[in-house]
Each structure stands twice: as structure tokens, then as C-alpha cells.
Write a protein that binds this ligand. Sequence first.
Ligand SMILES: Cc1cc2nc3c(=O)[nH]c(=O)nc-3n(C[C@H](O)[C@H](O)[C@H](O)COP(=O)(O)O)c2cc1C
Length: 115
Amino acid sequence: MTGQTRRFVKKLDLPAYEIEPANPFFEIKEPFVLAVPTYDQEIMDVVYDFLDHNDNALLLKGIVGSGNRNFAELFVYAAKQLAQHYQVPLLHVIEFSGTPQDVDTIQKVVNKLES
Ligand SMILES: Cc1cc2nc3c(=O)[nH]c(=O)nc-3n(C[C@H](O)[C@H](O)[C@H](O)COP(=O)(O)O)c2cc1C
């Protein structure tokens, strides 16, 4: 909603698809990692709609949560719930649009998944 997750994903320089809230029913054809911000459930519903579409959830390899530590125990709770619901690892958490270290970590994780 504020472009932080999008900015982070752009920095990864990896092939990426952004869920369209107006039509989340897009079929992914290859294994992928999901990067998600943290908002109330009704805003996150489109992410569940996307993952429940066709075989998308089966191709989900892990989740990167974007949030703000000022939310204390609610920090990246949406990503934690998704990881639990779809039984995939929460690979990493970031704040704002991520640090260079975050970019490096996720690039390594994704490259490892590909090999
Ligand atoms: C209304 C609102 C509620 C939020 N609630 C949470 C929250 O519960 N936990 C959290 O970690 N971050 C929360 N955040 C922070 C965002 O998830 C965080 O800034 C994220 O990086 C935004 O990503 P985006 O720019 O891609 O939307 C909230 C932000 C807003 C504006």
C-alpha cells in the first residue's frame, strides 16, 4: 500500500509478479517466494485468494514478511499467519524497503531454492 514491499522486491533484481488486489486470481507457473507487508486481515484476503487460486499454494516455497517493529508483538504477524496456514517457512523479515543485507540474504535464499 505504501510501496515498501515493492521497493524491496525491485532491489532483488529477480523475476517478480505483483498481486493485483482488483484481480488476485493469477496463476503462477513456477516455484516462488512471497513477499508480503502486514495489514489487517481484510486487506490480506487478496493474498489468500491469490494463493488459493489453482496450484499457486503448492508452488509457494517460503515467505518474506515486511512490517514495522513499532507494532511490537504484531510485527509481521500477517506473514507468520500465512507461513503457518500454508506450512511453509518464514524465510526472513524486513522493515521499510529492506537493508542491503536483507537484499543479499534473500537473493542467496532464492538462489539456493533454485539449485
Ligand atoms: C494501517 C497500517 C497497519 C499496519 N499494521 C502493521 C502490523 O500490525 N504489524 C507490522 O509489522 N506492520 C504493520 N504496518 C506496517 C507495514 O506493514 C509496513 O510499513 C510495510 O513495510 C508496508 O509495506 P507496503 O509499503 O508494501 O504496503 C502497518 C501499516 C499501516 C499503514
